[in-house]
Design a protein around this ligand. Sequence first.
Ligand SMILES: NC(=O)C1=CN([C@@H]2O[C@H](COP(=O)(O)OP(=O)(O)OC[C@H]3O[C@@H](n4cnc5c(N)ncnc54)[C@H](O)[C@@H]3O)[C@@H](O)[C@H]2O)C=CC1
Ligand SMILES: O=c1[nH]c(=O)c2[nH+]cn([C@@H]3O[C@H](COP(=O)(O)O)[C@@H](O)[C@H]3O)c2[nH]1
Ligand SMILES: [K+]
Length: 536
Amino acid sequence: MAAATNGATNGKDRSRSPRKELKDPSKLTEKDLQDGFSAQEIFNSNTNMSGYTYDDLICLPGHINFGVHDVCLSSRFSRKIHLKTPIVSSPMDTVTESNMAIAMALEGGIGVIHTNLSIEAQANEVARVKKYKAGFILDPVCVPPTMTLEQLDTLKSKLGFTGFPVTESGHMGAKLLGLVTKRDTDFIQDRQTRLSAIMTPVKDLVTAEEGIELQTANQLLQKSKKGKLPILTKGGLLVALVARTDIKKNVEFPNATKDPNNKQLLVAAAIGTRQNDQDRVKALVAAGVDAVIIDSSQGDSVFQHQMVKWIKTTFPNVQVVAGNVVTKQQAKHLIECGADALRVGMGIGSICTTQEVCACGRAQASAVYNVAKLAALYDVPILADGGISSPGHIVKALSLGAGAAMCGSLLAGTSETPGEYFYSEDGKRLKRYRGMGSIDAMKKGSDDRYFGTTSAIKVAQGVSGTVQDKGSIHRYIPYLTQGLRHGMQDIGAQSVQQLQSMLQAGQLRFELRSAAAQREGGVHGLHSFERKLFDS
Ligand SMILES: NC(=O)C1=CN([C@@H]2O[C@H](COP(=O)(O)OP(=O)(O)OC[C@H]3O[C@@H](n4cnc5c(N)ncnc54)[C@H](O)[C@@H]3O)[C@@H](O)[C@H]2O)C=CC1
Ligand SMILES: O=c1[nH]c(=O)c2[nH+]cn([C@@H]3O[C@H](COP(=O)(O)O)[C@@H](O)[C@H]3O)c2[nH]1
Ligand SMILES: [K+]
């Protein structure tokens, strides 16, 4: 009754506060139109006591005035190393050895050779990347003249290719005696015949001398109609092979991460902080390594401080990536020791159990934003390491200030990673992927970094698992970078540099996502679906 009286007396609803007058839309300012929050507001709010992950956040779209192909992904890995693709493969023994590092560098990223290898073997992996020349097979499988056809048959079925150089010792780098191909071997009945009896001898082969350009080598192959062109030193030692079947594959890699002076691919390698790691650094530098990454879950230790200073004094031209860190304090200490980049992430990787076992770490979006902000004051780039499972996570890492994203699980399962494929019971093609702090990895090589050989208990900080086949890096990285370009276009940033200027100016806008918002952002409400990542 009272309400009716109210309404009847003056015709106004007094239960509501008077409405604000709507602004004239032509008078709306930039600020009126700003939705969401800046990264500063989200991560440095006084009331917020939580750390955020990539999935807690969403980037709000901006204005697009350029095409997706106009997005420039160039960024920095370290003070002096620039990448055209801001993706780095993790130093893990199921992710990066030379094949992976070569493929990553060709695609414009960089690979970090893991340190679960002897010093000699790790330096050798680095040397393989530095010696790589597109189109030249630098370590062809060779056979000795004493091998029987039966033995060759076994080798052929294992490796899947059919032509082999025959060298005096059966190894690469020795005197070339001839070639055996399908044509030499197919119709011989007696499989005990030795290769020396049936090979095409070197005098009947077309060969070329060391130093030949790929284009000339390809022309020679085409003219001679031969399948293989051995490249020899003046003394007749085999140094490389060019295969006819590869001619079609010798595509250009316009984004390749190369030394502009000698055109060699760039490569990084991981080390620890033990005394013998100084010998490791010396061997890696002798092999031509461009950057050394100090591999530790907690980088702010006296051991690492000493190591950074020692490397920067002894080898000032080698880039040093220190870490891992997740706080500004840790970052400041390492930058002041001379670090050229920082690796950010603790316990957030797909295979990591550090946060559970050691109670230490930080949610990754908070770690990346805060460390990147501090490091930017010193002009030091950071690598957002771990926890990346989609191109969208890379967009977020860069949006929070990272120079590049370091990925383990995302790249595991590609054909360039170490290890063989195998099939699960339900027919899925898989490869192994494991943490470097898992019992398996520690058993393989990193025992001494933990407790020395005298320790009775090894505490695992990682697990060992499997991932599905993802095909070749040469198809997978273009998928990731195209996803990245679409994300940056949606945000309205045409380059990584612009994205990060927008971040610093508070123009990049974010919102936190509730649990329901995260569900809504994923696939939902379907009976079943199939996720196909790309079509090409
Ligand atoms: N990013 C992450 O969240 C994590 C990564 N990992 C990975 O696992 C592997 C091993 O990492 P960490 O266990 O942190 O290796 P680490 O070598 O830094 O540490 C192992 C143990 O050795 C000690 N230590 C190192 N140098 C020493 C020296 N000179 N003298 C005496 N003690 C010394 C350390 O204090 C620590 O107790 C790395 O590949 C790392 O990337 C492991 C856990 C977490
Ligand atoms: O807690 C950990 N225990 C481990 O055993 C381990 N192994 C690797 N890493 C770190 O995880 C990163 C790769 O993570 P993603 O698979 O998520 O890309 C890597 O780049 C590392 O930083 C470990 N962390
Ligand atoms: K984890």
